[in-house]
Ligand binder design. Structure first.
Ligand code: FMN
Length: 434
C-alpha cells in the first residue's frame, strides 16, 4: 500500500485536518452545502460573504469561456454577497461550528462603513466560529467603496481592519484583490492594522467573451453586460504570481497565506503550497465538479508528499520559493536544443510550422518524407516545438551547448560549444559551467 503523509497543518493556532477549504462563494452558501463538503473530507469552509443588506442580482450572471473542445477554461460571475437573510446565515454558521468542532469554520464579512464592519464582526464573534475573513476584494459590488475598492486603498483597509478588530478578538484574514499591480502594499497595510493572515486571490476584473449578434459582452443581461470577476483554471498563473510576491516580501515574513485561484486538483493545490500558501481554497472547480474533488486532493497530496520524503505538510510549504528569482539572475549561459524521436513522430509538421512562423526558422521540413530536421546553428533552444508537438515524449530536451567565453568573461560570447554535462544537474540547478 502507498505511504501517506499526514496533511494536518496549523492555521493561526487552529490545527486543520488538511489544507483544503471551500472559498467564500455560493459553494459555501448554506449549512447543507458546507456540511456536505466537510463530510466529503474538507478541512474547513470560508462561508459565503454576507452584507447586512441583501444585494440585487442579475440573470443570467455567469459565463464560462472555452478553448477549442475544452469547456470551462475559466469562469466569469456577476454575483455579489449572499442573497439569503442575514440571520439565517448566522444560524447556519453557528450550527456548522457546533456540529463540526474539529473543522475550521470562517465567516466572511463585508461592511459598508466602519460602524457596519464593527457590528458584523461582533455578530459573527458571538457565533463561536473560528476566524473572520474580511472581504476587500469582490470586483462587482454595486455600492461604491466596497469590495475591491477597499482592497485597492490602503486608507480604507486600515480603517476597516481596525473597525473589525474593535468588534472581534478572533483572528482576521484579509482577502485581497488581484486587480492591482503590487499586492504586497495593501497586504502590509492589512497586517499593520491588525489582520493576522492574507487570503488571495479573489476574482480578476474581466470580459470573457462577446455576443457577436448583439455586440455586447457575455453574459447578456437585457442587451448589456459589465466587467466582472474571472476565476477558475485559467486564472491560476496570476494567482501563483501573487502568492509568490507575498511570500517573498520581506515585510510579510511569517504571515500565513491562504491560496486561491483555479485550484481543481491536488497538483494545483501543491503548486500553491510549495510557493508559500499554508492552505488553499476553491470555488469554480466545485461549481463544475462538486465537492468530492477534495477526496482526490487528499489522497493525491498525501501520497506525493510521502514519495518526496516529507514527514509533514508544514515542511513542504514554501519549498519552491528559493528557486523563483529575478529575471536578471536567470542563467543565460547555455541552450538545450530539442531532440526528435523519429519512431514516435507522426509527421504532422506542427513543430516546423510553429518554429518557422513564430520562432527561429530552425526546423527544416522535407515535404517528400514529411520529416522535420533541427538546424543546430539556428536553434536557440526555446523549446516551442516541445510544447506544440501533439505526441508525448516525441520531442524532448537534447544536446546542451554553452556560450563560448570571450575577453569579457563567462559566457558573454554568442558562439556555442557543445559540452558533456549532466542534464539532471541543470534541472536541479547544481551544474556549474565546465
Ligand atoms: C459565483 C461566485 C461568487 C463568489 N462570491 C464570493 C464572495 O461572496 N466572497 C468572496 O470573498 N469571494 C467570492 N468569490 C470568489 C471566490 O471565493 C474565489 O476567490 C475566486 O473564485 C477564485 O477561486 P476559484 O478559481 O477557485 O474559483 C466568488 C466567486 C464566484 C465564482
Amino acid at each position: 500500500m502507498a505511504k501517506h503523509t499526514d496533511l494536518s497543518i496549523d492555521f493561526l493556532g487552529f490545527k486543520c485536518e488538511n489544507p483544503f477549504f471551500l472559498s467564500s462563494s455560493p459553494v459555501s452558501g448554506t449549512y447543507e452545502m458546507c456540511a456536505k463538503f466537510l463530510e466529503a473530507g474538507g478541512g474547513g469552509v470560508f462561508y459565503k460573504t454576507l452584507t447586512t443588506t441583501i444585494p440585487e442580482e442579475c440573470s443570467p450572471r455567469f459565463d464560462a469561456p472555452r478553448k477549442e473542445a475544452t469547456a470551462f477554461i475559466g469562469f466569469k460571475n456577476m454575483e455579489q454577497t449572499s442573497d439569503k437573510p442575514y440571520q439565517d446565515n448566522l444560524d447556519a454558521m453557528r450550527k456548522l461550528k457546533e456540529n463540526y468542532p474539529n473543522k475550521l469554520i470562517i465567516g466572511s464579512i463585508m461592511g459598508m462603513d466602519e460602524d457596519n464592519w464593527e457590528e458584523m464582526a461582533r455578530d459573527y464573534t458571538a457565533l463561536g466560529i473560528d476566524m473572520l475573513e474580511l472581504n476587500f476584494s469582490c470586483p462587482q459590488m454595486t455600492y461604491e467603496g466596497m469590495g475591491s475598492d477597499v482592497g485597492a486603498s490602503v486608507e480604507l483597509i486600515d480603517k476597516y481592519v481596525k473597525a473589525a478588530r474593535r468588534g472581534s478578538h478572533l483572528p482576521l484574514i484579509a482577502k485581497m484583490t488581484p486587480n492591482i499591480e503590487k499586492m504586497e502594499i495593501p497586504a502590509r497595510a492589512a497586517i499593520n492594522a491588525g489582520a493576522q493572515a492574507i487570503s488571495t486571490i479573489n476574482t480578476i476584473k474581466a470580459i470573457t467573451g462577446m455576443d457577436f449578434d448583439h455586440f455586447t459582452a457575455l453574459p447578456v443581461v437585457n442587451g448589456k453586460s459589465s466587467i466582472s470577476g474571472f476565476s477558475g483554471k485559467a486564472s491560476k498563473p496570476i494567482a501563483l504570481r501573487f502568492i509568490t510576491n507575498l511570500a517573498q516580501d520581506s515585510e510579510l515574513q511569517g504571515i500565513p497565506i491562504s491560496g486561491i485561484g483555479g485550484i481543481e486538483t491536488w497538483e494545483d493545490a501543491a503548486e500553491f503550497l510549495m510557493l508559500g500558501a499554508s492552505n488553499v481554497q476553491f470555488t469554480t472547480s466545485v461549481m463544475q465538479y462538486g465537492y468530492r474533488i477534495v477526496e482526490d486532493m487528499i489522497s493525491g497530496l498525501s501520497i506525493y508528499l510521502a514519495e518526496k520524503g516529507f514527514d509533514k505538510l508544514e515542511d513542504f510549504v514554501g519549498v519552491a520559493l528559493k528557486n523563483i528569482i529575478p529575471a536578471d539572475d536567470i542563467d543565460r549561459d547555455f541552450k538545450i536544443q530539442p531532440k526528435i524521436d523519429y519512431d514516435k513522430c507522426v509527421s504532422c509538421g506542427r513543430c516546423y510550422i510553429s518554429c518557422f512562423d513564430a520562432a527561429h526558422q530552425a526546423i527544416e521540413w522535407n515535404d517528400e518524407e514529411r520529416k522535420p530536421t533541427i538546424l543546430d546553428d539556428k536553434c536557440v533552444g526555446c523549446q516551442l516545438c516541445l510544447l506544440v508537438c501533439p505526441v508525448y515524449d516525441c520531442i524532448t530536451p537534447g544536446k546542451i551547448t554553452f556560450k563560448e567565453e570571450d575577453q569579457f568573461g563567462k559566457g558573454s560570447k554568442t558562439d556555442w560549444k557543445e559540452d558533456a554535462v549532466n542534464k539532471h544537474e541543470i534541472a536541479v540547478g547544481k551544474y556549474d559551467r565546465p
